[in-house]
Design a protein around this ligand. Structure first.
Ligand SMILES: [Zn+2]
Length: 535
């Protein structure tokens, strides 16, 4: 049994098992970037791939040899030798040795059904395949982790044989015996029982590997550690085939914050949220806002009723302090919001409304009125901040729109739009033309061109997301369009919202606000006065 302070090894399989996820396709350079992020976080083992199965993984190990990881040790993954084959003649084992990793993880079958039906060999030969392959790797100086595939199903079907499989690996020199829930359907109570039974009788360290098919992968990992597991496998953000692997980040946070284990090097837990986000970016997958501990909504509260209480006692409304995992609490602004909600939200943005009840009331009225027309500030912090600053009279006027005109053209198969934007900076007038594949793109180009010389900061701001929703029944007269637009600079991103009966008008509003907010972030000096004097 593990005690609350015993060291539990964190083994990441994002680059092997995690990459089985649909839509996750990492280049070798991406894999090296993910490995660097995991090493920076402080996981113990990074499984880099299956060198015998594809050239990309072999290349990863070739390039990884030149990297000095700060904390992590590399593992290469592969199967035991083929039936009726000698270990020396097995190409897959050769590829594992060629990867030159300190750790080799060998997977073998522990469920009789799979030995009989999938492997189609004798049960004795399966044991020999495991024993030979483990002994071969151990003799070559590798630390051998043995993954017992389908262990929980195998244990239920034929307990004696499943344990013989573990014994074959342990007796041949395996250093860790990993019980894998390959089909992912095992429930926590069964995990607790089986892991305890195996760990109690094993002199070799026991580890676990869970899939999330019954939505229990993280729970199973945590309970397995309480039952005596000293090694946990999982993938970043729960990536993996079907419903995914155990989300390693949730496992780490739960074990550290709720079970007192020290898993990451001291002080690294605070890098959890940023690591999760970095890996999602490298993987080019959307970052799940509802992801426990690290998601942007993980500590976000919407209820207006609770907002004043949250401001007084934040710890009463979240299960852990978000700062411990590098996340932060957020209050959403919504139609239901009371004044205290608006004050709390403004405080989060660094604007103090508490001293001025009149201003807070005015902002609340404007939020309510805008939400009635179809605005949504929950996901548009930047627009909310602009609204507060405008109400408080502390928003500089970088530019003013005089008007725009957009021409949309379709010729053959090609779409082309042209926009003319007319702006005012003080008494000065700026006119610029932009071309684009659609009207919004053309407006963006024209706006940038008009302001490029005056505000060079705009060059580092770009659009990252554009979403359109048609809202029905919100307005009394007709359906309205809501545009959510996300802009980014080197430091981060922000979202603005525009609403109108017309999609171009709604887009313009979100676009212009996005640039205004970018100028605010960049601390750009409004040049309206200087220009008007110069002209
Ligand atoms: Zn797996």
């Amino acid at each position: 049994m593990s005690t609350p302070t015993s060291k539990v090894e964190i083994y990441d399989t994002t680059l092997r098992d995690g990459s089985q996820q649909v839509g996750l396709d990492l280049t070798v350079a991406d894999k090296l970037r993910v490995a660097a992020a995991l090493d920076g976080l402080g996981v113990d083992v990074i499984e880099g791939g299956w060198p015998g199965s594809n050239p990309k993984d072999a290349e990863f190990f070739e390039r990884a040899k030149k990297i000095n990881f700060k904390h992590a040790t590399l593992a290469a993954f592969g199967a035991t030798r083929l039936p009726g084959r000698k270990v020396e003649d097995d190409a897959s084992l050769r590829a594992l040795l060629d990867a030159e990793t300190p750790i080799v993880t060998l997977v073998g079958k522990s469920w009789t059904l799979h030995v009989d039906e999938a492997l189609r060999t004798t049960r004795a030969e399966n044991l020999a395949m495991i024993a030979d392959s483990v002994a071969y790797m151990a003799a070559a100086g590798r630390r051998v982790v043995f993954d017992a595939e389908h262990f929980f199903d195998g244990y239920r079907a034929d307990r004696g044989y499943a344990l013989e499989v573990l014994a074959a690996a342990a007796d041949s020199g395996a250093d860790t015996l990993v019980l894998c829930d390959t089909n992912g359907g095992t429930l926590p109570e069964d995990v607790a029982t089986i892991v305890a039974e195996v760990a109690d009788r094993s002199r070799t360290a026991v580890g676990v590997h869970f899939h999330n098919d019954a939505a229990c992968a993280v729970a199973n990992s945590v309970i397995a550690v309480s039952a005596g597991s000293l090694h946990v496998q999982g993938a970043a953000n729960g990536y993996g085939e079907r419903c995914g692997n155990a989300d390693l980040f949730s496992v780490i946070a739960s074990l550290e914050l709720k079970r007192g284990h020290e898993l990451l090097p001291a002080g690294r837990l605070g890098a959890l949220a940023s690591t999760a986000r970095t890996i999602a970016e490298v993987a080019n997958l959307p970052f799940e806002a509802r992801q426990p501990y690290v998601g942007s909504s993980a500590f976000t509260t919407k209820a207006g009723l609770h907002a004043s209480a949250i401001a007084r006692r934040p710890d009463a409304y979240s299960h852990v302090d978000p700062a411990t995992v590098g996340n932060k609490a957020q209050v959403l602004v919504s139609e239901l919001a009371g004044r205290s909600n608006v004050v709390a939200k403004a405080a989060e943005l660094g604007l103090d409304l508490s001293a001025d009840p009149t201003l807070a009331g005015r902002v609340l009225d404007q939020v309510k009125e805008a939400e009635h027309r179809g605005y949504a500030f929950e996901a548009a912090d930047a627009s909310f901040e602009l609204l507060v600053r405008k109400s408080a009279g502390v928003l500089p006027a970088w530019f003013e729109l005089e008007g725009y005109r957009v021409v949309i053209e379709r010729a053959g198969d090609a779409d082309r739009s042209e926009a003319i934007v007319r702006l005012r900076l003080g008494d000065h007038r700026l006119v610029a033309v932009g071309e684009g594949v659609g009207p919004v793109h053309a407006l963006d180009q024209a706006l940038r061109r008009a302001l490029a010389e005056v505000y060079p900061q705009l060059a580092s701001i770009h659009l990252v997301d554009y979403k359109v929703r048609i809202l029905d029944g919100r307005a009394a007269t007709s359906a309205v369009t809501r545009v959510m637009l996300t802009s980014a600079d080197a430091e981060g991103e922000w979202t603005t919202v525009g609403v109108s009966d017309d999609i171009v008008t709604a887009s313009w509003e979100a676009l212009a606000d996005g640039m205004v907010f970018g100028l605010l972030r960049a601390g750009a000096e409004p040049l309206a006065e200087e220009i008007s004097e110069a002209v």
